[in-house]
Structure formats: structure tokens, C-alpha cells
Write a protein that binds this ligand. Structure first.
Ligand code: G6P
Length: 618
């Protein structure tokens, strides 16, 4: 996601900032910027945007060469766009109207729409499309209202007006040695090197310079000056500083202490789901989508939906087919994107084509969507990358907010896609009036519990490892599921073959007896999705079919469901949730199973052989 770096009291302000930004590069970014305070009336601000594969940090470094010497403090940022496109204007730092202060921010200001309207009414001019810029103007407001208040007090008062998550660093030309930092949810760490005090959104940005850190906790503010760190709560109460020393190397630090990016990213899944849900439900219970260049009337006129996608995104789309058909009562066809455009699909202006792609660049999906537009169909894209090719060409976009995913096999982006798709399904249902309001309320409540349930499922990693050990010698695996368990079975099999290079196939359980059951012999490992969704009884009948042929059966089952457990040799437990939300939780132990088996075989889980994260060839 976005990265923050800041420094005061250093002889090499520019170098510290640029080095720190380079260390944050691995997180993914689309633009970058720095602001320096050297004693003049306004900070010097430079921003650069990465375009077509160029690295904006190089452009930024060139631009900053012209900086006047003697900067006393500075802040820097790598931005990974969420609110507002990845343009230079939207890049941080952002400044207030007077140019006195500059700030960088990670997180999401949830009430930014109402705040920017109020600020504009009061005469402020906001230049960017970001949620961040309101912070600069709120602080400006507080400084103007109480001229005796310094920056720390103004930041505290401004933050009392915002809802959401933030990590921010602010510099002030009226106090050139000062950097003020504050956090809620989004992390910040402080480091010290002689007189210099450094701040960053994560440890790797500082690791080349120091190993001694102070971690800022939620709702704390730090006042950083050369040789001095003062931390208080947002209410002004003092906070004692507790130093922490890390002995990680840079690679381990980037992985936040996890063994690899895949396990880090799996553990980020509750946040990916929560962030994807954030802001979507309006106070009156209606749902809001981003970048809707389609009117509600146009969406109401839709009489058929196609979903096109590849890989894990296809499985997310397949799960969504059940939700859209059931809740919104619209017929849904789903296609592997590489097949769609060559099969002469029947589309017209009343067709909604949904492209699902974490990268937004997969060429098969991009071309499928272009084909859809040729037939005047409406195109809606679910993507994790703001302004990706698909997002730019679509009529409407619903962004997942999983943050950059570095492991090649999709995990957190997959959960975020399924989350975005259930939001979309509910939105369509609302527009079409196919759900009673009280049903929608119940569904929204269940949706809100998903991040916690994903977290519970993840916590069972140890149990998954024991199951993995029990089946580790098997050369092949069969995954079965019914209804929404079917896409989960497909994704479980895909993860396993991608990561461990073992033979793994997913089937609709009801289809077993039409062929795949011929593969089952004593000892064959069959993994079934047996949570209590609609077809549980029928699923258990299919489980009995393989058991009676000697299969070793592993079932994904809901907590406490002993009846299901009795039919299994081993169980992967998950918390229960609403049937159409179940794939979001049920797939988690299968990701962990694939991960663990790959590790048993000594394989590189982040870079599986022959696979690529973004596939731009047909
Ligand atoms: C590649 C990745 C998969 C991904 C698929 C579709 O094969 O390795 O993890 O599911 O592409 O990518 P997309 O960016 O369109 O979701």
C-alpha cells in the first residue's frame, strides 16, 4: 500500500527521504512525492507519477536535485491509489491553501466527502480527488481559528473531525524543525540516529539507518524535533516511550516477520475484506459503488449478466453468479475470458458484462471486455488496481482494496474480489427491489462480520498444518463441492497445483459419478466443502460415495458440526456464515493447505514455476 517516510535533524534530509522511498518501493506504488522545509515561507513540494512502467522515484530524484540546500525537515510518500486516480495532482504531499503546511497520509478518511463540501463552502480550494487533502485544510482551519495553537494542537483538533484510518506526517514552515505524526489503524514507527529523528510507515524504510524503533500506537500523536521525540494521546495525555530493537534483515522486514509474502498476504485478508467493505454501506443502508458511469436506470434496464475472468478471478466470479441470481434474480452466464470472445456471445445494450481481474491488465479479460463494448453491452470492472487498463475503459468500476499483492498466487485479492462481488450483487438486488428491506439489513449485518470470521479461519493455521501432514504423501488430490462450494473446490485445487505442483482437480460433487469417481481408489485424498450451505445433505451423499470406495476424506466444516466431522478422516474447521458469503471464509483453510504442502515440498510459494502475476499475452 502507500508508504510514508519523514525526517528532522538530519544533514541529509533529501537522501534519507529518497532512500526510504526506495525501500518502500516493493510495496507497489503509482506515484511518489516529497516536501522539504528549509526555512522559507512555503515547503518545496515535488511529485512524480509512474507511467507505463517508469519508476517515478527516478523522476522524483531528478526533480529534487534542484532543491535548495539546508532542508531542516521533510516528508515523503509512495502512493498506491485508492481514492482518486494515480495522477501527479493526487500524489502526496498535499498542502493547505496558504502553503504553510504539507502532509502525507496512509489510510482512508471515510467522511471526506462531507468534510470537503464543508471546507469548500468555507472558501477552501481543494485541488486533488483524494480523501487525504481534506486533512491539510482541516489543519489550516484549526491554525487559523486559534493562532496560539501550534501544529500539534491543530492536528489533534483536526483529527477529532475525521472518521476512518490514518497514519500521517505533517511539516510546518512556521516551525521548520518540527514533524508531527499521528496514527489510527495504519502503522507508523519512529527511529533515532544521533540527533536525527526518522518516521516511517514500516520498518524496512528505516532499516538501513537504524535498528532501534518506537512504535506509535493507535490514537497517538508524536512531536518530532532534532534529538527529541514526544508522544501523547490524541487527547493530550503523555505516553512513555518504549524502545524496540529489531534484528531482521531487510528481506524479513519487508515480509513483516512472515516467512514469505504469501503468508503475510493471507494474514492481511481480514483487512482486505474490511477495507473493501469500508464506505460502501451508506448511513441509510443503501450501497455505494465507485466510479459508476452507469446510472441506476441503466442498471435497472439490465436483463442479463455475463462474468468474464481468468484463474482465481474466475472462481470469484463463479461464486458471485449464485449470489446475483439468487438475490437480484438476474440470469448470469460466466465465461473463462479467453473463450468468451471467440464463442460469438449474444450481447446487447441491456447486457451487463462484469470483468473480474485483480491486475486489471490480463489481456484475455481486457479483450473480452472490448468485445462486449463492441456489442454496446455495459461493462463493469472489479479490479484491485486503480486506473488499470480495464478500469479506464469500463463504464463502471468497483475497486477491491486489498493493497498490492506480491505473491504470484492470488490470496487476499481473491477474497477482496468475492467481497466486492457480493456488494455488487446486493446493489443490483436493491435497484431491482428483489429483496425485502429487512433481508438486506440482515445480509449487511452478516457481511460486516466477514473480516472477523476470516480472521478466525486464519487462526486455525496450526490445525491445517496437522491435516496437511496427514495427506502430504499423496501425489494427487480431488476437490469437490456443490453450489457455492463448487467454486471453492476449484480454487482449492488451483492453489494446490499452482503452489505444490501436485495433481489437483476440482469438480462439482454431483458430477463425480459421471466420470471423476473412476479416479477414486483406497487412499485417494478427496477434499470436500461441507459447510452448511444449501446443498449440504446432497454434498454428504457425495462424500459417502467416495468414502465407500476407500477415499481419505478431508472436509471443510462449520465449527461444532460433529455430524459432518463423523464422515471425515480429517476436518478443516471454519466459522459459519450466511450461505452466499461462505466462499469468502471457506476458501481460507484451502489456501493454507496448499501453502503448507508446498512448504513441505521445499517450494518457493511466492514465485511458483512458470507462473506470472500479470498475464499480458494471450
Ligand atoms: C495469473 C495469476 C492468477 C490470477 C490470474 C488472473 O494467472 O497468477 O493468480 O488469478 O492471472 O489475473 P487477474 O489479474 O486478471 O485477476
Amino acid at each position: 500500500m502507500c508508504g510514508i517516510i519523514a525526517v528532522t535533524g538530519s544533514d541529509d534530509t533529501v537522501e534519507v527521504l529518497l532512500d526510504g522511498l526506495a525501500m518502500l518501493e516493493y510495496r507497489g506504488y503509482d506515484s511518489a512525492g516529497v516536501a522539504l522545509v528549509a526555512g522559507g515561507p512555503v515547503p518545496s513540494v515535488w511529485r512524480a507519477r509512474a507511467a507505463n512502467g517508469t519508476r517515478s522515484l527516478e523522476d522524483l530524484a531528478k526533480a529534487v536535485e534542484s532543491a535548495p540546500p539546508g532542508a531542516r525537515s521533510g516528508i515523503g510518500h509512495t502512493r498506491w491509489a485508492t481514492h482518486g486516480r494515480p495522477t501527479e495532482t493526487n500524489a502526496h504531499p498535499h498542502v493547505d491553501c496558504t502553503g504553510r503546511i504539507a502532509l502525507v497520509h496512509n489510510g482512508i478518511i471515510e467522511n471526506h466527502t462531507e468534510l470537503s463540501a464543508a471546507l469548500e463552502d468555507a472558501g477552501h480550494v481543494l485541488e486533488s480527488e483524494t480523501d487525504t487533502e481534506v486533512l491539510a485544510h482541516l489543519i489550516e482551519d484549526e491554525l487559523a481559528t486559534d493562532r496560539t495553537a501550534g501544529l500539534v494542537v491543530a492536528v489533534r483538533r483536526a483529527l477529532a473531525r475525521v472518521r476512518g484510518a490514518f497514519a500521517l506526517a505533517v511539516v510546518d514552515t512556521a516551525d521548520p524543525d518540527l514533524v508531527v505524526a499521528a496514527r489510527r489503524v495504519s502503522p507508523l514507527v519512529i527511529g533515532r540516529l544521533g540527533e536525527a529523528v526518522l518516521l516511517a510507515s514500516d520498518i524496512p524504510a528505516l532499516l538501513a539507518r537504524t535498528r532501534d524503533f518506537f512504535v506509535l500506537d493507535d490514537d497517538q500523536v508524536a512531536e518530532l524535533r532534532p534529538g527529541s521525540i514526544v508522544v501523547t494521546t490524541l487527547d493530550g495525555a503523555p505516553v512513555p516511550l518504549v524502545a524496540r530493537t529489531v534484528d531482521w534483515d531487510l528481506d524479513a522486514a519487508r515480509k513483516d516477520g512472515y516467512e514469505d509474502f504469501m503468508s503475510k498476504e493471507m494474514h492481511q485478508q481480514p483487512a482486505a475484506v474490511a477495507d473493501t467493505l469500508r464506505d460502501r454501506v451508506l448511513p441509510d443502508g443503501r450501497l455505494a459503488l465507485d466510479e459508476m458511469r452507469l446510472s441506476d436506470d441503466e442498471l435497472r434496464a439490465v436483463d442479463k449478466v455475463f462474468i468474464v475472468a481468468c484463474g482465481s478471478s474466475y472462481h470469484a466470479g463463479l461464486a458471485a453468479k449464485y449470489a446475483i441470481e439468487h438475490w437480484a434474480r438476474l440470469p448470469v452466464e460466466i465465461d473463462i475470458a479467453s473463450e468468451f470472445r471467440y464463442r460469438d456471445p449474444v450481447l446487447d445494450a441491456h447486457t451487463l458484462v462484469i470483468g473480474v481481474s485483480q491486475s486489471g491488465e490480463t489481456v484475455d479479460t481486457l479483450q473480452a471486455l472490448r468485445e462486449a463494448r463492441r456489442w454496446n453491452a455495459k461493462v463493469l470492472v472489479i479490479s484491485n488496481v486503480v486506473d488499470s487498463s480495464m478500469a479506464r475503459e469500463a463504464d463502471a468500476v468497483l475497486y477491491t482494496r486489498a493493497g498490492p499483492e506480491i505473491g504470484v498466487a492470488a490470496t487476499k485479492t481473491h477474497l477482496a474480489q468475492m467481497t466486492a462481488l457480493v456488494v455488487l450483487a446486493l446493489y443490483l438486488a436493491q435497484l431491482r427491489g428483489t429483496l425485502y428491506p429487512e433481508e438486506t439489513v440482515q445480509l449487511l449485518a452478516a457481511m460486516g462480520e466477514l473480516p472477523a470470521k476470516v480472521a478466525v479461519a486464519l487462526d486455525r493455521g496450526g490445525d491445517v498444518a496437522a491435516v496437511a501432514r496427514s495427506v502430504a504423501a499423496s501425489p494427487s488430490f480431488i476437490f469437490i463441492g456443490r453450489h457455492v462450494g463448487y467454486p471453492v473446490a476449484l480454487e482449492g485445487a488451483l492453489k494446490l497445483k499452482e503452489l505444490s505442483y501436485l495433481r489437483a482437480e476440482g469438480f462439482p460433487a454431483g458430477e463425480l459419478k459421471h466420470g471423476p469417481i473412476a479416479l477414486v481408489e483406497p487412499g485417494t485424498v478427496v477434499i470436500g466443502i461441507a459447510t452448511r450451505t444449501r446443498l449440504w445433505e446432497k454434498m454428504m451423499a457425495n462424500v459417502a460415495e467416495v468414502r465407500s470406495r476407500g477415499a481419505t476424506v478431508v472436509l471443510v466444516a462449520n465449527d461444532g458440526d460433529e455430524e459432518t466431522a463423523r464422515q471425515a478422516d480429517a476436518v478443516l474447521w471454519v466459522p459459519p456464515t450466511g450461505p452466499l458469503f461462505a466462499p469468502i471464509v471457506d476458501v481460507v483453510p484451502l489456501q493454507q493447505l496448499a501453502y503448507t504442502l508446498a512448504r513441505f515440498h521445499g517450494l518457493d510459494v511466492d514465485r511458483p514455476r512458470n507462473l506470472a502475476k500479470v498475464v499480458t499475452v494471450e
